[in-house]
Design a protein around this ligand. Structure first.
Ligand SMILES: *[C@@H]1O[C@H](CO)[C@@H](O)[C@H](O)[C@H]1NC(C)=O
Ligand SMILES: *[C@@H]1O[C@H](CO)[C@@H](O)[C@H](O)[C@H]1NC(C)=O
Ligand SMILES: *[C@@H]1O[C@H](CO)[C@@H](O)[C@H](O)[C@H]1NC(C)=O
Ligand SMILES: [Ca+2]
Length: 160
């Protein structure tokens, strides 16, 4: 009881200290920029990318857009978090509308190819119309085109 009360006080103090909006409950902040949190939610049920896109909508989020250093911080977070480390995750990119042209689902912007996000040793991943959705997998968590019917966890995101 005492312990719980202490936590509540601590949370209240933090709430006062940051006037900026925080991530919603259930979302973790992976930003290192004080001015803008980056809020992600790991969906720990497996499904297809389409299913995950739908699940993110249910929790009022987008399927995640992973750009810049956020990819690196996500890599570190997954590797440091038991329960996430062994899994693949859907993220919010695809070329399902135009084969070979990959865009982020949330805003339709182009996905950068090549390093550092894609495995430099992998051939141009414009595989086929059966691999239209982006996933990240151990051990490297590079972006990959994964099979449309693959089942895996997913990562949702909200902008705050
Ligand atoms: C998110 O985390 C970063 C790094 O710790 C921090 O600078 C930022 O203030 C955090 N944002 C929120 C809203 O908590
Ligand atoms: C993949 O890309 C290469 C070169 O960019 C192109 O020649 C080839 O036709 C593409 N394959 C598919 C399936 O789109
Ligand atoms: C989803 O992404 C769109 C485009 O960036 C943005 O306008 C919208 O606010 C996002 N939704 C949430 C819940 O973050
Ligand atoms: Ca494809």
């Amino acid at each position: 009881m005492k312990w719980a009360a202490t936590l509540v006080v601590a949370a209240a103090t933090l709430g006062l200290a940051s006037s900026k909006s925080d991530c919603p409950v259930g979302f973790i902040n992976l930003s290192n920029d004080p001015s803008s949190p980056e809020c992600l939610n790991f969906v720990l049920n497996t499904g297809t990318w389409q299913h995950m896109n739908y699940m993110c909508g249910i929790i009022h989020a987008n399927i995640s857009k992973i750009t810049g250093d956020l990819h690196y911080r996500l890599y570190n977070y997954i590797r440091a978090t038991p329960g996430l480390t062994d899994h693949c995750f859907w993220i919010g990119g695809s070329d399902h509308q135009e084969e070979g042209h990959r865009v982020w689902e949330s805003d339709g912007s182009d996905i950068s190819m090549g390093t550092p996000h894609w495995d430099a040793c992998e051939r141009d991943p414009n595989g086929s119309i059966w691999q239209n959705y982006l996933c990240i997998c151990p051990p490297d968590y590079y972006f990959r085109d994964c099979a449309n019917d693959a089942m895996m966890y997913g990562i949702c995101q909200v902008e705050v």
